[in-house]
Design a protein around this ligand. Structure first.
Ligand code: ACM
Length: 269
């Protein structure tokens, strides 16, 4: 059984949640896809260095400002992954909402905070989250941007059975392109990188984002890619179940061949 996996690349408006939510709701309504992945912090914008500046743009997972996205997901049957600034009590997390049509949303809170994110966000405490995609034989896992630098992130998701890893991103370097396909290959999963474009300036410092969103096949091949600057929607038809056979010859299976007892620092040498 196949499904259509999409990433949406755009430049969220800094500090204008309603505007970005409206744009994303329109994209959900108009894109023929079963899973749609939007960038990191796509509701709020990225660059905040003071909690008080971010707080008006942060919200709980269940909040009326998310309603347009949830309604679009429910109306279209599409599963949606969208980065947002989450407010839980007094604490803010760099999170991804996983909107499941007909079901309650699930949240992933970014595990590895990048650069000045640590001035405004708490490190994620959700653990790595994998969900069943409603209406499809597909398990979807989520990591956020800088999580890519830690092979453990994608590995934890794949070991939980993820067929597809969504990676909402605000990537600011180019080096990720050398490594991200390895996350697909070493876990034999599909990987959807939704990066943003544009730049944000706060306190005289500018952070620029690289676009180049991409969908990777389990062998690391590029199924679809965007350029550095254009608003883009990439869609690829994939077969999630094709990821479940982790063999690549008659003798080797990349999961069965793992030897976790040898990975411990206490392992015999
Ligand atoms: C990043 O984690 N936004 C680079």
């Amino acid at each position: 059984m196949t499904l259509r996996l999409a990433v949406v690349q755009f430049a969220p408006a800094h500090g204008n949640v309603d505007h970005s939510v409206q744009r994303m709701a329109e994209a959900i309504a108009s894109t023929q896809a079963d899973i749609m992945v939007f960038p990191e912090l796509a509701t709020s914008g990225y660059f905040f260095v003071e909690p008080a500046a971010l707080r008006p743009h942060a919200m709980p997972l269940s909040h009326k400002r998310m309603d347009a996205l949830r309604a679009a997901s429910d109306a279209t049957g599409r599963t949606v992954v969208v980065g947002f600034a989450e407010l839980d009590g007094d604490v803010m997390y760099n999170s991804a909402a996983i909107l499941l049509p007909g079901s309650n949303p699930v949240v992933y809170r970014k595990t590895h905070l990048f650069y000045k994110e640590r001035l405004v966000f708490a490190p994620g405490n959700s653990g790595f989250v994998v969900v069943d995609v409603p209406g499809h034989d597909c398990k979807l896992g989520v990591m956020i941007c800088y999580d890519w630098r830690f092979p453990e992130s994608a590995r934890c998701l794949a070991l939980q059975g993820a067929d597809v890893i969504a990676c909402p991103s605000n990537l600011v370097t180019h080096i990720w392109r050398k490594v991200m396909p390895a996350r697909a290959v070493e876990n034999k999963v599909f990987l959807a990188v939704a990066n943003r474009t544009g730049a944000e300036t706060v306190g005289g410092e500018t952070v620029a984002f690289n676009g180049d969103s991409v969908l990777y096949a389990p062998n690391g091949d590029v199924l679809a890619s965007a350029d550095a600057t254009a608003d883009s929607v990439l869609v690829s038809e994939i077969e999630p179940a094709a990821t479940r056979d982790k063999t690549f010859n008659a003798f080797n299976d990349i999961f069965a061949d793992r030897r976790p007892e040898m990975y411990s620092l206490d392992a015999p040498r």
